[in-house]
Structure formats: structure tokens, C-alpha cells
Write a protein that binds this ligand. Structure first.
Ligand code: NAP
Length: 249
């Protein structure tokens, strides 16, 4: 068993190769957490981990395609063998699979809906289910589901809200609503345990997902995931937060 498990927390961040995930790995490692940078492409994960190791951070690469059950099983076995537990799971990996030339929600293909839900919802559930036994072996695990403000039905139905007119990617938006619902259900199941489960909105962040557009930089975009990954015993579970503020479902 690795020395990293002696005394230090172990975290896994899915989609750690770039964007918000990469920065979440960096910030968790900067706080002293031994952090597994998970990527579906082994080489990309290793390259990203080497970069952070070069900054002197306790980061190691792990291969994980969250849509591949065999890959999930292999990652869970590797963590079990090396650490025997997992303190933090950040379900960060996500995609926008929609046809951006479709101008109305009704024009999005069912294929785009399926692809989006496969990664953003079903893979998150599968990854969490597989890693839950390891999370339960940690003293007080944290599960962070990276959602989006675009998953908020309350804001989508409020004409005064800033996202009221953001209806161009319905499968993505609905996938994040489903992530929110999954968060509430899992938090309820685990309510009498020390484990906390929260959904986060990172902000509108300048990453590849937005073709570099966005309102905030990537380090700020990782802050809410990191805060919920490290939240204390007095913190929320079953919450939906952005930079310390609770969002309406
Ligand atoms: P990004 O730059 O596009 O990065 C996405 C990450 O997910 C990449 O590391 C990618 O890996 C990984 N990924 C995709 N499919 C995967 C799979 N099947 N298995 C494992 N990894 C997979 O996106 P981002 O902007 O950082 O977004 C991160 C999260 O924040 C997503 O859940 C997104 O929905 C959410 N979010 C983002 C914003 C924003 O403004 N950017 C706003 C709200 C919510 P590869 O490198 O291999 O492609």
C-alpha cells in the first residue's frame, strides 16, 4: 500500500486532464491532498500529472474513462490496492454533445441526448457506485458532483434570471438537472453517515468547453469544487452551491 495513504487524504478528480478538472487537481494537491488525476487517455493523464508533479505537488495519474465499466472497475481496483480508501471523489468530467447548429431545443437529435446523458449522468452514477465502498472506508468522505447553473429549473423558468434565454443546449442542461437530482437522492441515502454529497456550479469559466469564452478564469472556476471537496463536518450535504452561495434547484 502506498505511503500516500498514511496520514494524507486521497482524492480522485475525473476529467483531470484539462480545464476545471486539472485546476481542481492542482488546488486539492496544494492543500496537501494526495490527488489522483484521472483521464480517459493514459498519455494525457500522465502528461498532466507530470506537469503538476513538476510544481512539487502530490499528484499521480490514473486511467479512467467514466463511460467504460471495465475502466471504472480497473480504477477502483487500483485505488483499493494502493490506498484501501478514497476520501474525495470529484465527478468533474462532462461534455456538451449537442448539435450547436440546431437553433431550437426541439431540433436536438436523440443521439445527442443519449451521448450527453451517457457521460454527464449515467457515467457519474456508475463511477460513484463503484467507488462508494472505498469512500465508505474513509473517515468522512466527500463527493462533489460538478453540475451547472444551467441545471437549475427554478432559474430556467424565471424570466428575470440570467439563464432564462440559455435554452440552446437542452440535453446538457437536463443532464445537469439530473445530476442535481442524483445528488439529492445520494445525500439522502447517506444522511446518517459522515459522507457529504454536494452539487456545484463552477461559474462560467474560460475553458475548451466554452471555446475559451467565459466570465471567470479557470483557477476561480475550480474553487467551488475544492471548497466542497474539503468542506468540514458542519458543511452542507445535498446542497447546490457556487462560491459559497446556495443556488435554487
Ligand atoms: P473541458 O475543458 O471540456 O474538460 C472536460 C474534461 O472532461 C476533460 O478532461 C475530458 O477529457 C473529460 N472527459 C470527457 N469525457 C470523459 C470521459 N468519458 N471519461 C473521462 N473523462 C472525460 O470542460 P470544463 O469546462 O473544464 O468542464 C468541467 C466540468 O464543469 C463539466 O462537468 C462541465 O459540464 C462543468 N461546467 C463547466 C462550465 C464552464 O463554464 N466551463 C460551467 C458549468 C459547468 P479529455 O481531455 O480526454 O477530452
Amino acid at each position: 500500500m502506498s505511503n500516500a495513504s498514511n496520514g494524507s487524504k486521497v482524492a480522485l478528480v475525473t476529467g483531470g486532464t484539462r480545464g476545471i478538472g486539472f485546476e481542481t487537481v492542482r488546488q486539492l494537491a496544494q492543500s496537501g491532498v494526495h490527488t489522483l488525476l484521472a483521464g480517459r487517455d493514459r498519455n494525457k493523464a500522465v502528461d498532466a500529472a507530470l506537469k503538476l508533479q513538476g510544481e512539487g505537488l502530490p499528484v499521480e495519474a490514473i486511467t479512467l474513462d467514466i463511460t467504460d465499466p471495465a475502466s471504472i472497475d480497473a480504477a477502483a481496483s487500483e485505488i483499493e490496492r494502493k490506498f484501501g480508501k478514497l476520501d474525495i471523489l470529484v465527478n468533474n468530467a462532462g461534455i456538451i454533445a449537442e448539435d450547436r447548429t440546431a437553433t431550437r431545443p426541439s431540433q436536438q437529435s436523440v443521439a445527442a441526448w443519449r451521448e450527453t446523458f451517457d457521460t454527464n449522468v449515467f457515467a457519474v452514477v456508475a463511477t460513484t457506485q463503484a467507488l462508494l465502498p472505498l469512500l465508505q472506508k474513509a473517515p468522512a468522505a466527500r463527493i462533489v458532483n460538478v453540475s451547472s447553473i444551467l441545471g437549475s429549473l427554478a432559474l430556467h423558468t424565471d424570466p428575470a434570471s440570467p439563464i432564462y434565454d440559455f435554452k440552446a443546449v437542452p440535453a446538457y442542461n437536463a443532464s445537469k438537472s439530473a445530476v442535481n437530482s442524483w445528488t439529492v437522492h445520494l445525500a439522502y441515502e447517506l444522511r446518517d453517515t459522515p459522507i457529504k454529497v454536494n452539487a456545484v456550479h463552477p461559474g462560467y469559466v474560460k475553458t475548451d468547453m466554452n471555446a475559451g469564452e467565459g466570465e471567470i478564469d479557470v483557477p476561480t472556476g475550480a474553487k467551488t469544487s475544492v471548497a466542497m471537496a474539503l468542506v468540514g463536518a458542519d458543511g452542507p450535504s445535498g446542497g447546490y452551491v457556487y462560491l459559497g452561495e446556495t443556488l435554487p434547484w
